[in-house]
Design a protein around this ligand. Structure first.
Ligand code: T46
Length: 143
């Protein structure tokens, strides 16, 4: 795998094993997953028009995959915003710590798989956008 810039959100193409029985994708480290996997969770049954996220993480890195359906991930580095549309089970969005994210525009049946580097800890979350912006603006822009 070519080396990644781990300071910025980016799409990562995952291995895709074509098979007449159906395709298979995996993420492993070392390999396509640029951090040691510690936890996984998934978001599903999102009602139309609902939004998830709305925070940043102090330490946690993650990869989001639309294993079913589609949704948008809006990321902010404290200076600007960028939107990624996830709709391919063989593509992951890597998000390093220090990035604000919201998820919206979920299609019917969408499933968001999240592979992350840390245990769950509420203390890792920054849920106030102004607090986030103040911290983020001490670092260079990455978007
Ligand atoms: C993220 C986006 C994409 C736990 O108990 N354990 C867990 O591992 C997680 C992820 C959550 N929870 C509890 C904490 C809350 O009481 O589940 C509840 C909902 O969590 P939250 O409001 O943080 O959900 P989202 O969808 O806003 O954010 C989640 C992740 O928390 C976050 O890391 O990046 O998905």
């Amino acid at each position: 795998m070519k080396s990644l810039d781990l300071t910025r959100p980016q799409l990562i193409r995952l291995p895709r094993i074509h098979d007449p029985r159906g395709n298979l994708t995996f993420a492993q480290n070392p390999g396509a997953l640029p951090f040691t996997l510690r936890r996984a969770y998934w978001i599903y049954d999102v009602p139309a028009g609902e939004e998830r996220g709305g925070h940043s993480h102090r330490e946690m890195a993650q990869m989001l995959v639309a294993v079913g359906g589609s949704f948008n991930v809006n990321v902010c580095d404290g200076f600007s915003w960028r939107t990624f549309t996830l709709n391919r089970p063989f593509e992951g969005l890597f998000i390093p710590p220090g990035i604000w994210r919201t998820l919206d525009n979920f299609s019917s049946g969408a499933v968001c798989l999240s592979l992350v580097s840390t245990d769950y800890a509420e203390s890792d979350y920054i849920r106030d956008f102004e607090e986030f912006r103040e911290i983020a603006r001490k670092c260079p822009p990455v978007l």
